[in-house]
Design a protein around this ligand. Structure first.
Ligand code: GDP
Length: 189
């Protein structure tokens, strides 16, 4: 396993993430259980984000400072069926507020489980991101678990959206290099 970044500092957990930061920010988001913690751990090469078996537990925004160069912002998962409407609203407002006001937001990585493909909650969020002109890259997760037909179906759904995507597996460390590269490149802009 290659280490793409050297130093990771946990900045904190926030109900409302700080928008005024002096370094580029990269956001990771997606439905609960999509494999977000595993992916963050793979990129940062350490078990810093919790991998949970109980979906939808994290409701705070976790911020990490990487190599004194950029912030990795880990948003709580959405689309958790057992959440009430008020919980959904509680998710939405601070997140929307953060995404619309973050001063050095570079890229939003929206994770999609390759096998599950795009769900209505993803579509709503993707449309909102597009409407607000926020640069988004789709990260297909757990490709090792998806069959060729799953992959073909998911790719087709994404291609209609006209958004860049990359395929990853945290378990087999696939595509993590591409993700790290995207971050590095966007840092230097
Ligand atoms: P989160 O809720 O989005 O943070 O997702 P987690 O990282 O906690 O992962 C949810 C479940 O998917 C866990 O059981 C992980 O072990 C599993 N998982 C995550 N990434 C992969 C992957 O690349 N391949 C496979 N096969 N399983 C994965």
């Amino acid at each position: 396993k290659q280490a793409y970044f050297k130093k990771v500092k946990f900045v904190g957990s926030f109900l409302e993430a700080p928008t005024r930061l002096e370094l580029p920010q990269f956001v990771f988001c997606g439905r609960s259980n999509v494999g977000k913690s595993s992916l963050i751990n793979a990129i940062l090469n350490q078990k810093i984000a919790k991998v949970s078996k109980t979906p939808g537990k994290t409701t705070t925004i976790n911020v990490f400072l990487v190599d004194e160069k950029f912030y990795l912002v880990d948003l709580p998962g959405y689309g958790f069926a057992k959440r009430s409407k008020s919980m959904v609203n509680a998710w939405q407002k601070p997140i929307e507020n953060y995404l619309l006001n973050a001063n050095m937001l570079r890229l939003i990585f929206l994770l999609i489980d390759t096998k599950i493909s795009i769900m209505p909650s993803d579509e709503i969020f993707l449309n909102w991101l597009k409407y607000n002109n926020l640069s988004t890259v789709i990260v297909l997760t757990k490709i090792d678990k998806a069959s060729q037909s799953h992959l073909a179906k998911t790719k087709k759904a994404i291609e209609t959206l006209n958004i860049k995507y990359i395929k990853t597996s945290s378990t087999y460390h696939k595509g993590i290099d591409k993700l790290a590269q995207l971050i590095e490149q966007a840092c230097d802009i």
